[in-house]
Design a protein around this ligand. Sequence first.
Ligand code: NAI
Length: 480
Amino acid sequence: SVNGLEFAVADLSLAEAGRHQIRLAEHEMPGLMALRREYGAAQPLRGARVAGSLHMTVQTAVLIETLVALGAEVRWVSCNIFSTQDEAAAAVVVGPQGTVDAPAGTPVFAWKGETLEEYWWCTMRLFDFGDGVGPNMLVDDGGDATLLVHKGVEFETAGAVPVSTEDDHAEYRVILATLAESIAQDGQRFTRIAAQLRGVTEETTAGVNRLYRFEQAGALLFPAINVNDSVTKSKFDNKYGIRHSLADGLNRATDVMLGGKLAVVCGYGDVGKGAAESLRGQGARVVVTEVDPICALQAVMDGMEVARLEDVVERADVVITTTGGIDIVTVAHLERMKHNAIVGNVGHFDTEIDMAGLAKVPGIERIEIKPQVHEWRFPDGHSVIVLAEGRLMNLANATGHPSFVMSNSFTNQTIAQIELFTRHGEYANKVYVLPKHLDEKVARLHLDALGARLTTLTKKQAEYLGIDVEGPYKPDHYRY
Ligand code: NAI
């Protein structure tokens, strides 16, 4: 703590470099800057204590400083051990007005390359705004902060944390240990926090899946807004964001020529569509794997070959998982790949490539090419190159999605925070999406910057279509 400001970042002296990048990002994030102009005077988030768990990047810095500009008190951690941009974390701590010696920004607990223990230590720091006061709002990406509150309340109610077993996922064992320590210190911490929370706004597919499961089980402890399924989020960030950051991650990690190579994309949802387009844009021949016949048919109609991984794995130069699922690339697949085939994941969790199984192959050797790039050499002499230890490589090997597309996502985030903080009484403990007129507003805020001129409906045209001149222009069931 310096100046009464708590933080844990890699190196505060990176703040100036981070601030330059934030300045450029602000220019590319017109939606967030418009919200600062629209709400700066009214301060709708005054009194909000926002705890955020979302990749600590340059773009997220602009989100954090927007929440602060709207009156919120904010604390932040990253939602992935490799995704922090240390210069952005430093700049947020120092703040636009502070100095390295007298930081005056926002508490951040995040650095690139945390251990799992450090990651959950950081996440615990989110929940202490001083004097035992917790947050009253959550911003989540993947649902780890939300999970910690729910598990905390569950175990506090039970009076104990279950004993972990060898079968538990390594990360779950760390969560159990973290909560055991918390309960030993204060057996009501998360029960009190949950009672104060007005709600969570969730960024990604993986996190909203968790939320809907809590809702279905009747276990959701506070209202939630599913930001991912705003059209201006999932149909933009997940797709066009990955179209940019997948190729960026592959290039920075390996610099291998993608043109002419055979690339397999597992999953053809929003992220898979962007990934396939990214690879095809580089001249790769793209094969898609899918379980959903609708998405598989979309892939074929888009000109991709659809096959099973086991039928193409020997020919693949690059395999990218985008499913959000588990056991997509198995050890049996990895064993059969060509020498120096590249394997990476952009789904939220590290469940898609069987890294634990790979490490157990007798005689296998792991050689670090550079941080977040590893060659795994099998006893027969052939190797596979695994990116980011199976974690999301577009954020670990590069810097994630670019500012402009994240402005769409984070404008939705900010609107959702204002909505839940100011009108929480109107929401039950369920999962909601933002109404369409707000989704359309987010898109509108980004058109000018691209020089697009929207056509205005005439009154006659609007009446003919049975809609309002001002929108919404589509019914809720429209799919875009
Ligand atoms: P989605 O649900 O639209 O797409 C996933 C697709 O994978 C579905 O079409 C599904 O049928 C398919 N799939 C499931 N199991 C499969 C299997 N065994 N083999 C082949 N295909 C399979 O979800 P979305 O939005 O595309 O997100 C995917 C993941 O990426 C999630 O974990 C999400 O949180 C994450 N994400 C990551 C981002 C990043 O920057 N790296 C950005 C946005 C989302």
